[in-house]
Ligand binder design. Structure first.
Ligand SMILES: [Zn+2]
Length: 218
């Protein structure tokens, strides 16, 4: 079974993928993790990817697909289900992924669109704070420290990661949707798209996901 999770940062895709992978024999594939792992282990693909990144270029889709192929092919046979977390991002990647799965006599089972109001998402991301000493994370609205802007454990000032700056979030968001919105139609036309209201609490979102998976297993 191959499941695609679609949604920008901050909608909880990674958390939900981890929860599914804990409940079922499933493996979460995030291409960011795959790239970092391949580079760290200095594999042939990793070395090729690194050369693009060092030149400040995007890693080509074909190379990313090769990495995915390697992971799917070498993962234990007991785990025959995969969750693609935030991949594919473009129609071109989706087509290449379809080709790869077809060569394995398989296909995407469902594409889950994690829908969240944009303002809600910006609030969630831009409110995150981190302790520079112990790396604990807080949220100015949802997980406040006991004393404003101070780590409960280290008593040092919390910081905001540059990724969580509101202007950065909005800029990345417009790039993301420009590339990724056509993907929703792509999967919808194939009757594979399921939209989930990701603004609810984690357990309710997981219940919906779990239902999708249970139905697919029937
Ligand atoms: Zn701390």
């Amino acid at each position: 079974m191959f499941i695609v999770f679609i949604g920008p940062p901050g909608v909880g895709k990674g958390t939900q993928a981890n929860m599914l992978a804990e409940k079922y024999p499933m493996f979460k594939i995030s291409t960011g993790d795959l790239l970092r792992e391949a580079i760290r282990e200095k594999t042939t693909l990793g070395e090729r990817a690194k050369s693009f990144m060092e030149r400040g270029e995007l890693v080509p889709d074909a190379l990313v697909i090769e990495l995915v192929n390697e992971k799917v092919s070498t993962t234990s046979k007991d785990i025959n289900s995969f969750i693609f977390d935030g991949f594919p991002r473009t129609i071109e990647q989706a087509k290449q992924l379809d080709g790869l799965l077809l060569s394995k006599k398989s296909s995407i089972s469902v594409a889950v669109n994690f829908a969240m109001d944009e303002e809600e998402r910006v609030t969630r991301l831009s409110g995150r704070r981190m302790c520079p000493k112990c790396q604990r994370t807080y949220h100015i609205k949802f997980a406040k420290p006991k004393i404003d802007n101070l780590c409960d454990y280290c008593n040092v000032d919390l910081i905001q990661r540059s990724d969580d700056d509101e202007a950065v979030i909005r800029q990345r968001s417009s790039v993301y949707w420009e590339q990724t919105r056509p993907l929703l139609d792509f999967y919808d036309q194939r009757n594979l798209l399921q939209t989930i209201d990701a603004s609810r609490n984690i357990d309710l979102v997981f219940k919906d996901l779990d239902n999708f998976v249970a139905n697919l297993k029937k």
